[in-house]
Design a protein around this ligand. Structure first.
Ligand code: FES
Ligand SMILES: [Fe+2]
Length: 378
């Protein structure tokens, strides 16, 4: 018999307790989340333009699993388990690259084509009942949604268009260049916090003008009274109109700058994918909370910009500002929050849910916690 399972009643957001602290560090809950959330959801791998030449690949690790997404000679994008069928050696260890005509296993040189077919397996010609065509890489389910490549380890979940109806139209409203993006840079940061601690920080406006100085800079670029956080089932948005009086952003002047949108736009897809842009920038950011343990995560910051045009100075400044200022200010809060959750003086808190303060209300935090709870307990 294991420990009794943790429970919570998520049905009283305005008066009841917030999701209990143990959900953010309990190893049993983490195992349930691995099985019931991360094995059964869509994971964003990269933009479709990252696969514009044969052999270009991106590796996506999903907890103990690893998936290769690779472009073939025929232009098709395919996904496979990143493992050699001979003795189970991981095939590719880096995050991105370009393979030649074959992917060669470093152990005994089994060679796989970009279609996953096993082309060569040294010294197997005398093996009884061995047919090369039976030993190709095992495929992984993949789909392209709104210009992004996603994979899932589950063959039964609904396609993203059904899970997140309306999300693509909303992305296209703010990202006119959605199909024409290329990767500018990607940074992984290890964060000593549960993945949900990172998510809940990003989906509330309550701390914007109450926490650190960099957050106040962001709030000043937005007409913050008009900031709105809106749940739509398995996806959500948090959107702020521009403060049109701004003359500088991210430490540089706005005069002469061009941008894709002057709005602060964020769209989240359950459980851990966010696409966003900062006001007055010409970029699409990805913000992915990748769980690595009950109290550790990798926060993956991706920055994509329209292909074939120079990245404006304001956008470059925004990327640097996210990497060196806003990101670290939030990560520090994530880490101190994670530590505090263990305190005997906490246990559970309250949601600041106030319809009269829709720009600061924590209703989206509750919405997200409820989705997590229902996913592991339904
Ligand atoms: S494990 Fe890959 S060739 Fe042996
Ligand atoms: Fe924040």
């Amino acid at each position: 018999m294991g420990e009794p399972r943790l429970t919570w009643n998520p049905d009283n957001p305005e008066t009841g307790p917030s999701m209990p602290a143990a959900f953010f560090y309990d190893p049993g809950v983490f195992e349930e989340e691995k099985e019931r959330i991360f094995r059964r959801c869509w994971h964003v791998v990269g933009h479709v333009n990252e696969f514009d030449e044969p052999g270009k690949y991106v590796v996506q690790d999903i907890l103990e699993q690893s998936v290769i997404v690779i472009a073939g000679q025929d232009g098709a994008i395919r996904a496979f388990h990143n493992v050699c069928r001979h003795r189970g050696n991981r095939l590719i260890t880096g995050r991105r690259g370009k393979a030649g005509a074959v992917i060669r296993c470093a152990y005994h040189s089994w060679c796989y084509e970009q279609t996953g077919a096993l082309r060569a397996a040294p010294r197997t010609e005398h093996l009884k009942d061995f047919r090369r065509e039976d030993w190709g890489l095992r495929p992984v389910r993949m789909e392209i949604f709104a210009g992004w490549v996603f994979v899932t380890l589950d063959d039964t979940i609904a396609p993203l268009a059904e899970i997140a109806p309306g999300a693509e139209a909303e992305m296209r409203r703010f990202f006119p260049d959605l199909d024409n993006l290329e990767l500018v840079e990607e940074t992984d940061v290890e964060v000593a916090a549960n993945w949900k601690v990172i998510q809940e920080n990003s989906i509330e406006g309550y701390h914007f003008d109450l926490s650190g100085p960099v957050h106040k800079e962001l709030a000043a670029l937005i007409d913050f009274a008009g900031y709105r956080l809106t749940p739509h089932g398995q996806w959500w948005t948090y959107i702020g109109p521009p403060n049109t009086g701004a003359t500088h952003a991210y430490g540089v002047p706005l005069a002469g700058a061009t941008w894709q949108t002057d709005w602060f736009f964020n769209i989240g897809i359950f459980p851990n994918t966010t696409f966003y842009t900062f006001p007055y920038t010409d970029m699409v950011g990805t913000f992915i909370m990748i769980p690595t343990g009950p109290e550790t995560s990798i926060l993956r910051f991706g920055y994509y910009a329209p292909k074939g045009r120079p990245v404006p100075e304001v956008t470059k400044a925004a990327i640097a500002w996210m990497n060196t200022q806003l990101g670290p200010e939030d990560i520090e809060l994530n880490v101190t929050n994670q530590k505090g959750l263990h305190s005997l003086g906490f246990g559970s808190g309250r949601y600041l849910i106030d319809p009269e303060r829709p720009n600061q209300s924590e209703h989206l935090v509750h919405h997200f916690h409820k989705l997590c709870y229902e996913a592991i307990r339904a």
